[in-house]
Design a protein. Structure first.
Length: 287
């Protein structure tokens, strides 16, 4: 990723791949409960990465740094994904879940003072505009059907988890080999979600083509591809600038839903997309 062109492509590729998460949830959740699906997903990542770790010359971190990597992984994987997927499984609409998690850049901006990365006034304006754009994009999906306090609690938990995980990753494990990081983080996350699936779920899976496709995409594109790109972004930029990219996720997800499921695109949603794109560019410090 040393080429300037490749460096510029990291962010757009990350946003596009990351945005498929809600589409994958739509395909996968009818055939497996949230923690069961995530346990299968994390196990799939380890089945790919553990053999590769023996074939490739991977520099493994020390015991203390490995613990930091594991903590960040539990926050970024088990906490965030478990919270979002459980909230949707509990009846929360994808639009409302996206809006709740869309608060992450604002929360990261507030927490940035702890890292010595206090946002500038330009970034605060961009973060506020970004959230406005997200709200407009998901505004027509904010119906109250199926919304419970339990589902809302899981979504807020996911918001706190990914915010803490992003900050923790940048502060305590900035130089860890990405391949070693994947193995350690998903092993730690599997150790959390597998017992949760065993205790709280039936662990039954319907092995349909939709489930297999959703599982394969989750393993290779989301858990390996997108997470590696996220690690690179965290390593290269301040936490607030990285988090601001999340404002584009509901926009890209809405476009995917329109193309794949013929969900409507309103003028309000298009306006929100434009505001989100401008806010990200503003926060990133680009003209």
């Amino acid at each position: 990723m040393g080429s300037p062109l490749l460096s510029r492509l990291i962010a757009p590729f990350f946003v596009i791949i990351w945005s498929t998460g809600f589409v994958v949830a739509r395909f996968g959740l009818p055939y497996a409960e949230p923690m069961t699906f995530l346990a299968a997903r994390f196990a799939g990542v380890l089945a790919v990465m553990v053999p590769l770790s023996f074939l490739l010359s991977i520099q493994w971190p020390g015991r203390r740094e490995s613990l930091h990597v594991a903590v960040a992984g539990v926050l970024l994987q088990a906490g965030y994904l478990g919270g979002v997927w459980t909230a949707i499984h509990q009846g929360m609409g994808a639009g409302l879940a996206a809006l709740v998690v869309g608060l992450q850049p604002l929360l990261t901006g507030v927490a940035g003072r702890w890292m010595g990365e206090a946002p500038s006034m330009r970034q605060w304006i961009g973060l506020a505009l970004g959230f406005l754009g997200v709200a407009l994009v998901v505004e027509n999906r904010l119906g109250g059907d199926g919304l419970t306090w339990r589902a809302l609690a899981f979504a807020v938990g996911a918001l706190v988890s990914i915010t803490a995980g992003t900050i923790y990753q940048r502060r305590f494990c900035p130089g860890v080999d990405l391949r070693a990081g994947l193995v350690l983080q998903f092993a730690a996350s599997l150790a959390v979600v597998a017992p949760a699936a065993w205790v709280f779920e039936t662990m039954q899976v319907e092995w349909t083509w939709s489930f297999v496709g959703a599982w394969a995409w989750s393993v290779f594109a989301l858990s390996i591809g997108a997470i590696c790109l996220l690690f690179l972004l965290i390593r290269r930029g301040a936490a607030t600038r990285v988090a601001s990219l999340m404002y584009l996720t509901p926009t890209v997800t809405a476009l995917m839903a329109w193309a794949a499921f013929d969900e409507p695109l309103t003028l309000t949603m298009l306006a929100g997309m434009a505001i989100s794109a401008f806010a990200v560019a503003w926060t990133q410090g680009k003209r």
